[in-house]
Design a protein around this ligand. Structure first.
Ligand code: FA5
Length: 329
């Protein structure tokens, strides 16, 4: 084969390979094979120039260069086409079909007890009470001692507690907040708190080991049981509408007199909790003169409120995390 024939054949092969390259990487390989500076097959054909007679040499040299130029521009064309194709393929692969239905996001909601507590808080704040949180792990001192319990009081049996150590326990009543309030604040006092309480007791549909209470205390000059009753009536009206309230005598060591408070609900009464006039012993121990000041207080169960409102018949449903139950609210 003459050098001219070899040139023609190699150039044909190179063009065919460039056309056949299916990717930029393959095209790069073709370029190296034929046009590589050192061992490119087309480039290398220049070396055959020595085997030609002198007068054919420049013509042959030009022919090699012309083939190289033609291949170079074919490569450029192919490179542009392949790059466009690869870009298009990438775009197609990344494409988002905006008409497809979205992935539904399930929105959570507030727990019915959380809502009830917020409503209770809003009502009392609107009545001028300040709200603070107090620890669930409480000192025996605040949970019992400051509340005028004599050392062997039967209430200790009623309020069987979860003790952490000898002097700390999970609070059995939010009433434990009273001495915290009176230690830092002097009358007039209008304070409230809401939160979890814990008792070690037999569980049933209306009693849980963990439940919620809202406690309130007011201390001022001239407060009477009538103020307690009016405050309670206004509070329940905000939460339950126009319902009747009932006070019946009851005993708690920290009040005198003490009452059990209830509201009319359907054909019966819903007992919400206890209340009464702050015991003078407590005022005295907190450095508040009981001759000048008097106070009232209450502690209500919060869980019973949504139970009555929604007809929930078992308090344990609140803590079971059953979505079939929770989704109803
Ligand atoms: C008290 O806890 C007193 N601290 C209330 C009080 C405060 C009286 C201030 C006077 C002045 P009692 O143990 O009755 O009282 O509880 C009050 C309410 O909390 C109950 O009526 C009930 O609604 C709720 N409660 C008590 N124990 C449980 C329980 N195990 N599960 C659910 N709710 C409970």
């Amino acid at each position: 084969m003459t050098p001219q024939e070899q040139l023609a054949q190699t150039a044909e092969e190179a063009s065919a390979a460039a056309r056949a390259a299916a990717s930029l990487a393959e095209l790069d390989a073709v370029e190296t094979e034929y046009l590589g500076r050192k061992s490119g097959r087309l480039t290398g054909l220049l070396r055959l120039v020595g085997s030609l007679p002198a007068e054919e040499r420049p013509i042959y040299g030009q022919a090699v260069n012309a083939r190289k130029d033609a291949l170079t521009s074919l490569m450029a064309e192919r490179r542009a086409a392949l790059a466009a194709g690869e870009r298009a393929a990438r775009l197609a692969a990344d494409a988002v079909d905006v008409t497809l239905p979205g992935t539904p996001q399930r929105l959570g909601g507030l727990h019915p007890l959380t809502r009830q507590m917020q409503a209770v808080k809003d009502a009392l704040i609107s009545m001028g009470y300040s709200f603070d949180e107090y620890p669930d792990i409480e000192d025996y001192y605040y949970n019992f001692e400051t509340l005028n319990y004599p050392p062997d009081h039967p209430a200790f049996d009623e309020q069987m507690s979860f003790y952490i150590d000898d002097c700390k326990l999970l609070r059995t009543q939010t009433t434990a907040f009273q001495a915290h309030v009176m230690e830092r604040q002097k009358p007039p006092i209008r304070a409230a708190t809401i939160g979890k309480c814990y008792r070690y007791e037999a569980l049933d549909a209306t009693h849980s080991h963990t439940f919620h209470q809202v406690d309130l205390v007011a201390v001022d000059e001239g407060l009477t049981l009538a103020d307690l009753k009016g405050t309670f009536a206004h509070f329940v009206r905000l939460l339950f509408g126009d319902v009747r309230v009932r006070f019946r005598p009851d005993f708690f060591p920290f009040v005198e007199p003490g009452v059990e408070v209830a509201i009319q609900w359907g054909s019966g009464w819903l007992e919400l909790g206890g209340a009464g006039m702050v015991h003078p012993n407590i005022l005295t121990s907190m450095g508040i003169d009981p001759e000048r000041y008097s106070g009232f207080a209450w502690g209500l169960g919060v869980d019973r409120m949504p139970m009555a409102k929604y007809g929930i018949d078992d308090i344990r449903l609140f803590a079971e995390n059953d979505l079939r139950f929770l989704r109803q609210f």
